[in-house]
Each structure stands twice: as structure tokens, then as C-alpha cells.
Design a protein around this ligand. Structure first.
Ligand SMILES: [Zn+2]
Length: 392
């Protein structure tokens, strides 16, 4: 009997676990031959042949070419069918982005908009739902083809109850304890997970580099500064999904006043808001209000802007070094508008960080840009919801 992939993946019963493990293995390792499957999946060969035939008959997997023959005929390789189901990944930050993804997390289409003072939850959530509907209609996908929805948002969050709690650096009002997961579920009755975007981005990059670095630190800088950390292949989530707390580590005791009321936080030096304020203190007639203006002034070599941005890089580099000394990542990935648009900024951050890393660790660490850019947040949210079906 033909079964929808999502009914199979959602089935958490004990008797389904073995089949799900096989599907997960093919998803992760495919294209893969039956004999290679048997190396890490211990069932009799006849059982495996029966399971593979069932998966293929249901349209969940397909052959994906042939492997190297070891004597005899070349073995058939199997991979998941990328169109057997879909995910929606959503990033909620100063830019809201909705991605439609296939089962291999390829981005099929996207929609996005910038959050302004007018974007209260009452306006924003229906807008997001509308974008989701447009995306699936364009691709002639029905809601029953959606396996799960992941949201990577700005913290703090109530992850268990799917709520956003007063996100830092949001400029619109009304974002206080917003049950965003339930609101979306009314229109899309599928499993939905919310997590901090820094954590979901870390997960997406971890998967994109084929799980090769077990300890990965991911830092997003912009209006706020957030970090996600994967340790031994597992995402470390703070209880409130509040990855913004990294922005409040102290980089200058007794230093500049931070928006949190304390002094000397990283945010008070390296966030866009802090840079705008410092530029205005130095040159009162110079009032920057957007990151785009800042990048433009930087490209025009406006001296004071260069100086403030350099200072921002210095403190950010110190903070990254502190985090490396504390968390021992193998790789540090940086993401953010300045990282993306100014090579000098990125190089400054990397050289200051490297200089301040505890000496024994220095040569083992790679600090670089992520592979996925800003898409990592929404892609990783989809990856996280997929993985959640395989946890027991
Ligand atoms: Zn602070």
C-alpha cells in the first residue's frame, strides 16, 4: 500500500524505528549501495532488500547511479527522492525570509521582506503565512506535501511553547510573548519548531560541511550579536533560545553603556546601533540609520566611519577569541553584513581573534565565512525539524 513519506516520518511508533533509521542513513549517506548500507545497518540482507523495495515502491527513494563494481555487476546506488516531501524554513530577524526546500534542503524558491516599525505581529504573521501559501502554490505543492516547518528567530524564545518573547533589536511594537508557532499551525497543521537563528544556522553549516568538524561556533553580527554552537555534533541550546546573550559578554570593563543597562558589553562596540551612536558622538552632524548607509560610507573611505568600524572589528575579534578559549571549536564561521561586504572588516576580526586565542589552540582553528551565507538560518531551521523526527 502506498504511504506518504510524511506519514512514515511522523510515525514515532517503536516498530517504525528501524525503517526510519534506514531512511535516515540513505538520506545522510546517499547515493549508497546496499552493501555499504549493511556496513552500518545490521539487518539480514534479505530484510534490507525487502525494505529498499518498499521504500522505492512508495516513492521515498530512487536509484541514483551505479557504484564501483567489486567483481560482477556494478551495484545500484540509492538516494532519497528529493521531491517526496518539502520543508519550509523561516528566518525571523530584521529581514524575514521564507524558503521552500526539498528533502535534500535545496532551496526551490524564496520570499523576503525587511521589518519596519509597522511590522507588528498582527501584520507580520499573516504576511508570512501568505508568502508560504504563495510559495507552495507556485510549485503546485499542497499542504499535505509539507513534512515540517522550521523557524529560526531572534531570541529570547519559549521554544517548548513556540513563542517569541520580546526580541532584542526589533523596532516594531507588540512582539511580547507572541505564540507564532500556533498561529502558523492554524494554516499549516504540520510539526513546527522554533529555535534561535544562530543555532539553526550552525546546524545548517554543520550539515553543509558534511559533519566534518564536530565542534562548530557560528557567529552572526548585525544589529545584535548572536552565536550558535555545535558540540560533538549536537546543537547546544540555551534554555530560552537566547543566543543574543553572547552580545553582552564584557569586552571593556567600565566601558560604554550598553542597551542592557550594563557597561562594556560587546554590543556597545560592535553592533550597528553602537557604531551609529559612536559616529554621531565623534561627528554630530553625521547621522547614520541603516547598515546600508554605513557600508556605503565605508566604501567611500569616510575616515571616521573607517575608524569606528575598525574599533568594532577589534572588540568583535576579542570576543571571538574569548569564545574560542571557552568553547574550543574546530571551526568558527562568521556571518553578517559587514563580514560579507567588507573584506578588511573580516580580516581585522580574524587577525585580532587569532592573536588573542590561547597559544596552544591557535593552529588548530579555522575562522572563516560560512558556506550558505544568510540562508543558513532558514535552511538550518528546516534541517532541525527534519532531525527532530529521528530522535528517540
Ligand atoms: Zn549589554
Amino acid at each position: 500500500m502506498f504511504t506518504l513519506l510524511r506519514d512514515f516520518i511522523w510515525d514515532d511508533s517503536k516498530k517504525n524505528q528501524n525503517r526510519k533509521s534506514l531512511y535516515q542513513l540513505i538520506h545522510r549517506e546517499g547515493p549508497i549501495s546496499k552493501s555499504n548500507v549493511l556496513k552500518s545497518f545490521s539487518v539480514p540482507q534479505t530484510t534490507l532488500t525487502r525494505m529498499v523495495a518498499e521504500f522505492e515502491g512508495n516513492g521515498w527513494i530512487r536509484s541514483g547511479g551505479f557504484g564501483q563494481p567489486s567483481g560482477g555487476r556494478p551495484p545500484v546506488l540509492y538516494k532519497v527522492r528529493e521531491d517526496a516531501g518539502y520543508f519550509i524554513g523561516i528566518e525571523i530577524a530584521r529581514v524575514v525570509q521564507v524558503l521552500l526546500l526539498d528533502l535534500e534542503f535545496n532551496i526551490l524558491n524564496r520570499k523576503k521582506f525587511s521589518v519596519t516599525v509597522e511590522h507588528t505581529p498582527e501584520i507580520t504573521i499573516p504576511f508570512i503565512i501568505n508568502m508560504m501559501k504563495q510559495l507552495i502554490q507556485t510549485h503546485q505543492i499542497s499542504v499535505s506535501d509539507i513534512i515540517g516547518i522550521g523557524i529560526g528567530a531572534i531570541g529570547p524564545l519559549d521554544r517548548n511553547n513556540g513563542r517569541m518573547i520580546n526580541p532584542e533589536s526589533f523596532i516594531a511594537s507588540g512582539w511580547d510573548n507572541v505564540p507564532i508557532v500556533n498561529e502558523i499551525k492554524k494554516e499549516f497543521p504540520v510539526p513546527i519548531l522554533i529555535n534561535n537563528g544562530a543555532n539553526t544556522a550552525a546546524l545548517a553549516e554543520y550539515q553543509a560541511q558534511l559533519f566534518s568538524s564536530e565542534n562548530l561556533l557560528y557567529c552572526i553580527s548585525g544589529y545584535g550579536i548572536r552565536c550558535g554552537f555545535i558540540q560533538a555534533g549536537i546543537s547546544l541550546n540555551s534554555r530560552q533560545g537566547d543566543a543574543s546573550s553572547y552580545g553582552h559578554i564584557i569586552v571593556e570593563p567600565g566601558g560604554r553603556l550598553c542597551s542592557c543597562g550594563k557597561k562594556g558589553c560587546l554590543n556597545a562596540y560592535s553592533s550597528f546601533g553602537a557604531m551609529f551612536a559612536q559616529i554621531k558622538r565623534e561627528v554630530p552632524s553625521m547621522e547614520l540609520t541603516s547598515s546600508g548607509q554605513l557600508v556605503e560610507a565605508l566604501n567611500q573611505n569616510v575616515h571616521i566611519v573607517e575608524k569606528v568600524v575598525q574599533e568594532s572589528a577589534y572588540y568583535y575579534g576579542l570576543a571571538v577569541a574569548n569564545m574560542i578559549n571557552l568553547l574550543h571549536p574546530d571551526v568558527v564561521l562568521l556571518e553578517g553584513k559587514l563580514i560579507k561586504e567588507s573584506e578588511a572588516y573580516m580580516n581585522d576580526v580574524i587577525s585580532i581573534a587569532t592573536e588573542h586565542v590561547y597559544s596552544n589552540r591557535r593552529r588548530d582553528i579555522t575562522i572563516r565565512k560560512g558556506q550558505l551565507g544568510r540562508d543558513a538560518v532558514a535552511v538550518g531551521a528546516a534541517v532541525e525539524v527534519f532531525h527532530s523526527f529521528f530522535k528517540r
